[in-house]
Design a protein around this ligand. Structure first.
Ligand code: FES
Length: 231
């Protein structure tokens, strides 16, 4: 039996008026991500934008009050949990069918800017090796694939960084464009800097969010990204 939030998302994506229900905080996160995805649909027309905006407003009205601002670490933990709940729920409802878990994650990516200003940190996961530190010298970039999370790691000024490997337009997997020192999307032509900042966007489209950053470290000679454990 479908949960109220599943029915809500189904209705949203079919451009129908969703039935009212009392959402939990996680439901709200899911619904917001679905709204963002629906609004980013390539065939979105003006009436649909108005429809989505109305949904956004009604959803906002259901919140009694904005959540309190927790301490930075706690805020990251909560945001990460919301994103992974969002990813799981949206994938389960088929919103991002064929794209994958992290495509839903990028639906809540950070705004455009000089690289992602938010970090995706799951609360259930582990540090997973993506490369030997020796294979990532200064200036190098390497792709990685951990199943639920894919991305790129690089070393800049001695520090290791990692960004998501899915386009923030509609979730296609990015490829490394080495000659141009950028990440390129094969679907509609978007490009990003190696730090994740959007460079070009699909023709006629809105500015894209930056690629989310991923938690990364060097431990015992290995570059490791914090990611959900493989099933
Ligand atoms: Fe459309 Fe990347 S998915 S540009």
């Amino acid at each position: 039996m479908k949960r109220p939030i599943d029915r809500y998302v189904d209705s949203l994506l079919r451009r129908r008026r969703p039935a009212a229900f009392a959402p939990t905080e996680d439901d709200i996160a899911v619904a917001r991500a679905a709204i963002d995805l629906a609004a980013a649909a390539p065939d979105a027309q003006r009436p649909r934008e108005a429809f989505v905006e109305d949904l956004r407003r009604r959803l906002a009205e259901r919140q009694d009050a904005p959540p309190p601002a927790p301490a930075t670490t706690e805020a990251h933990r909560i945001r990460g949990r919301r994103r992974f709940l969002t990813a799981t729920a949206l994938t389960a409802t088929g919103v991002v069918a064929g794209v994958g878990v992290e495509a839903a994650l990028v639906g809540s990516a950070s705004p455009a800017g000089e690289g992602g200003d938010q970090e995706l940190t799951p609360t259930v996961g582990s540090w997973q090796t993506v490369a030997a530190a020796a294979d990532l010298p200064e200036g190098a970039v390497l792709p990685f694939d951990l199943g639920a999370v894919t991305g790129f790691v690089r070393r800049v000024s001695g520090r290791v960084q990692a960004v998501s490997g899915f386009c923030t337009h509609q979730g296609c997997r990015l490829r490394l464009d080495t000659p141009h020192d950028q990440l390129a999307c094969p679907c509609h032509g978007a490009t990003f800097t190696l730090a994740g900042a959007p460079l070009t966007r699909p023709h006629g489209g809105s500015p894209l969010p930056a690629l989310p950053r991923l938690a990364v470290r060097v431990d015992s000679g290995n570059v490791q990204v914090y990611a959900p454990n493989r099933a």
